[in-house]
Design a protein around this ligand. Structure first.
Ligand SMILES: [Zn+2]
Length: 318
C-alpha cells in the first residue's frame, strides 16, 4: 500500500510524509537523482496520499485506483518525446488556473523536467511564481543542473541516492524470482537502480548489451553493424541512457583490467572475456570516456540521437 510498494528511499518517504501529515506541503517539489531509481514511482505513490479518500494512499478507493490507471482528472502527467515544449507549458498554466475536478488538490507531474525548452521553462516559471493554491507540482529529473536555478529555487528539493546493491539483488530474487547469480549481476550493472535492473532483465536488452560490447571491443566490427545498433538504441527512449552508462562502465572496466591487479572490481562480469582480452592504453580509455560524457551531454539538445550514437561508437571503437 502506498509507499510500501517502493523499495528503499526511507528518508525521502519520511520527509514527504511529515510534510503531508503536518499540512506543510510546498507547492512544488523537485525530485532529482539517477535514472531508473524510482523517483517517478515514489511521486505517484505520494500523489496517491494527497488525492486518496482516506489520506493514506490506500490503493483501494476510487481516487487511488484512478491514479493507478492514470485516468484521475486531477493528476496531470507531462512528458515530452524529445523535449517538453511551450505548448505543454501553456496547457499546464491553463489547467492549474481551474479548480481541481474531483478533489481538493491537483498534482502536476513533469517527467524529465530537464528537457523543457527555454520557452517552456519561462512559461512554467510564471506559474511557479504565482501558483494557484490547489496545485502541487512534481518536477522529476536525472539531470538537475540542466534545470535553471530560477526554477529550482522555487521547488522543495528531494534528492534520491542509489539503493544498496544488496537491496536491488534481493528485489530481483524476491519480486522477479531471479536466480541469485543473475540477480547479483543485474544489481551490479544497474548501480542501485531498480528501473535500470528491470531494463537489463529484459532478455533483448541484455543481449544487445553484449553485442554492443562486441562491436566496441570485440571482433564484430564494421560500419554497418555500428549503424544498425546505433539506430536500434536511438529509438529506445529511456534505454539510451542505460546503454550510455553501460559504455561508461565498460571503459572503466577496461581500465581496471589493464591497470589494476584486482579484477574483482570489474562491473560487467558477464563479458569479462571481452574485457580481459583487451589491453587498452590509458590515453584511449580517457579520450573514450570523455567522448561518452560529451555524448551524454549533447543528447539533451540534439534531436538526432542516432547520428550522435553512431559518431560516438565510431570514435570509441578500436
Ligand atoms: Zn485511497
Amino acid at each position: 500500500m502506498g509507499f510500501n510498494n517502493i523499495v528503499g528511499h526511507e528518508r525521502q518517504k519520511e520527509f514527504l510524509l511529515s510534510l503531508f501529515n503536518n499540512e506543510r506541503m510546498p507547492h512544488a517539489f523537485l525530485f532529482s537523482g539517477q535514472e531508473g531509481i524510482g523517483k517517478k514511482k515514489l511521486a505517484i505513490e505520494y500523489i496517491k496520499h494527497i488525492l486518496c479518500e482516506k489520506g493514506i494512499g490506500c490503493d483501494g478507493c476510487r481516487p487511488c485506483q484512478k491514479i493507478d490507471h492514470r485516468n484521475h482528472p486531477d493528476l496531470l502527467i507531462v512528458e515530452g518525446e524529445e523535449s517538453i515544449g511551450i505548448a505543454q507549458s501553456r496547457m499546464i498554466s491553463k489547467e492549474v488556473s481551474e479548480h481541481p475536478y474531483e478533489g481538493k488538490k491537483r498534482a502536476i507531474l513533469i517527467d524529465r523536467a530537464d528537457t523543457m525548452t527555454r520557452e517552456a521553462t519561462n512559461a512554467l516559471l510564471k506559474t511557479l511564481e504565482e501558483p494557484p493554491p490547489a496545485n502541487v507540482f512534481f518536477l522529476i529529473t536525472s539531470s538537475e543542473r540542466d534545470i535553471p536555478l530560477t526554477v529550482r529555487s522555487r521547488c522543495a528539493r528531494v534528492a534520491f541516492s542509489p539503493l544498496p546493491q544488496a537491496d536491488v539483488e534481493e528485489y530481483f530474487m524476491k519480486v522477479s524470482r531471479m536466480e541469485k547469480e543473475k540477480a547479483h549481476l543485474i544489481a551490479r550493472i544497474s548501480y542501485g537502480s531498480i528501473g535500470g535492473g528491470l531494463f537489463w532483465a529484459e532478455p533483448d536488452n541484455f543481449i544487445l548489451r553484449r553485442k554492443l560490447g562486441e562491436i566496441i571491443i570485440g571482433k564484430k566490427r564494421g560500419f554497418l553493424a555500428v549503424t544498425l545498433i546505433a539506430e536500434k538504441i536511438a529509438k529506445m527512449d529511456k534505454g539510451v541512457s542505460f546503454y550510455l552508462s553501460f559504455l561508461q562502465s565498460l571503459f572503466r572496466d577496461l581500465y581496471v583490467a589493464a591497470h589494476e591487479r584486482e579484477t574483482s572490481m570489474i562491473i560487467n562480469r558477464d563479458i569479462k572475456d571481452l574485457i580481459e582480452r583487451e589491453g587498452m592504453d590509458l590515453k584511449r580509455i580517457d579520450s573514450s570516456l570523455k567522448k561518452i560524457q560529451e555524448t551524454i551531454f549533447n543528447m539533451r539538445y540534439n534531436v538526432n540521437r542516432w547520428l550522435l550514437l553512431e559518431n560516438l561508437m565510431l570514435h570509441i571503437m578500436r
